[in-house]
Design a protein around this ligand. Structure first.
Ligand code: MN
Length: 474
């Protein structure tokens, strides 16, 4: 898996000097306790570091500048333990260039009726302190996240955990580099878009390369390295020779492994973390990358077919967010419109992510009636069952739009012996008819990312952070 830096989140608490130094010491102690227990919960993917009690505009401004400057810090978590006048936060919050989570919580989760007094009230003012603070974030249009509830509760900790993954994906999004091998498929509209705007807004660098540059890298792969990959393949997957003679089978698989290593080296040299292929641009290549693309996707690279760089970049972002778990490039392939069976069969010609397999993938070699190249090896498997989301991004010139719905994922009702590709079925939770209609009316394309491990809320949070338009079908 392509690695992600070990980010941390800085936690600060808002207060003021009105109530005396003793109260501020208590605020600091409580905040440290919350940070320690959040870390000890084992739920957070990234560490929370308590930094300070913030009481002045100068202090807050200095703090936010340090957050911006420090590459280890993925975002800020704030909490208003007492009343923190929000004008103090204006300048610093305006300067903040990283995700902001406002944890609206209270140190104790009850009202201590027997003992409550004015000392207690001077210390525990989150009820109105959080609203004063939230007002200024709303006024500044910070697109911040608010998580509300008792910090010790499982659901609150899980919300923070999911947001951390989104915030890290936001930071990493500005490092996503897509190598496009060939252009987009001729005449296709939805895979097009404004690459300069994508870089300004989401940080995605999208570079074109001629196929010749890639072919050179593939041809330079050492056959001893292919031997090693072949052995690795045999150890992980089932090798199914089928109707092919042994030489043809082995040759076809080896061609894909050579492509895998060649593309990987090309991407590594340029610092690319996502790529696209196009079956119309294969000059000098023996096969369309099938198994090769699947292995790269498995390793954590984003991928888009037919030159679809938006889905490639989105795929890389979602793989970061999901820790590369059960998050796959997909295409709406064909439909079951019968009442009671309504479903979309998702797949692609070849390039489906084995992270969603529910059985042991088989390495098979079959003809491909498109692209005019030799029979490509590919992984064939059945997808998984459960709750999932399906997501795409379209470009409408005035803005990008993220389109998504929640789906029930299921397995095909029967085998497809004459369609030897990896397959996944799903039905939008709002129903196939309602879901498909809303998707098309919103202008969503046929290339998507399907994820069993991310939530709609996470994708909405990401779209909000990126100032994208949103069509979340519910
Ligand atoms: Mn396609």
């Amino acid at each position: 898996m392509l690695s992600v830096p070990d980010y941390e989140f800085w936690f600060v608490t808002g207060s003021q000097h009105l109530y005396g130094e003793e109260q501020l010491k208590s605020v600091a102690k409580d905040a440290q306790d919350i940070a320690d227990k959040l870390n000890a919960s084992g739920k957070l993917p990234y560490k929370v570091v308590f930094k300070d009690v913030m009481t002045t505009a100068d202090g807050i401004t200095k703090f936010m500048k340090e957050v911006n400057y420090n590459d280890k810090v993925a975002g800020v978590i704030t909490w208003m333990h007492t009343f923190s006048p929000a004008k103090n936060w204006i300048r610093g919050t305006e300067l903040l260039q990283k995700p902001l989570l406002h944890l609206a919580t209270q140190y104790l989760n009850n009202i201590p009726y027997a003992d409550i007094d004015f000392d207690y009230m001077n210390l525990n003012q989150s009820a109105h302190g959080d609203r004063e603070y939230a007002y200024i974030n709303a006024r500044l249009q910070k697109n911040n996240k608010i998580v509300y509830g008792y910090w010790g509760d499982d659901d609150v900790q899980e919300e923070i955990a999911r947001w951390e993954d989104v915030a890290v994906a936001y930071n990493e999004s500005f490092k996503v580099k897509v190598a496009r091998f060939g252009d987009t498929m001729r005449n296709v509209a939805v895979t097009e878009g404004d690459k300069v705007q994508a870089q300004i807004q989401m940080g995605w660098t999208v570079d074109y390369y001629g196929i010749g540059d890639l072919v050179k890298e593939i041809n330079a792969v050492d056959s001893a390295d292919v031997d090693k990959e072949y052995a690795d393949l045999e150890s992980r997957y089932e090798m199914v020779q089928g109707d092919n003679d042994a030489d043809k089978y082995t040759h076809s698989v080896r061609v894909q492994l050579q492509q895998y290593l060649g593309i990987k080296r090309f991407l590594e040299k340029g610092g690319y973390t996502a790529f696209t292929t196009n079956f119309e641009d294969l000059y000098g290549m023996e096969q369309l990358p099938g198994l090769a693309a699947q292995l790269l996707i498995r390793d954590g690279y984003g991928f888009g077919a037919e030159g679809d760089w938006k889905t490639a970049a989105l795929g890389r972002v979602m793989k970061i967010m999901s820790h590369n778990k059960q998050t796959a490039f997909m295409e709406d392939y064909t439909l079951d419109l019968r009442k009671g069976h309504e479903a979309i069969l998702g797949s692609h010609m070849l390039e489906v992510d084995p992270s969603i397999a529910s059985d042991k993938p088989r390495v098979e070699v079959h003809p491909l009636d498109i692209g005019g190249k030799a029979d490509p090896a590919r992984l064939v498997f059945t997808g998984s069952e459960g709750d999932a989301i399906d997501v795409t991004v379209s470009d409408f010139r005035d803005n990008f739009k993220m389109i998504s719905y929640a789906v029930d994922a299921h397995k095909p009702e029967a085998e497809t012996p004459k369609l030897p590709v990896a397959k996944q079925l799903w039905t939008p939770k709002v129903g196939l008819k309602n879901g498909a209609l809303a998707w098309m009316q919103a202008g969503g394309g046929h290339h998507t990312m399907l994820s069993f491990s991310l939530t709609e809320e996470q994708m909405e949070d990401f779209a909000t952070m990126m100032h994208m338009n949103k069509a979340f079908i519910k």
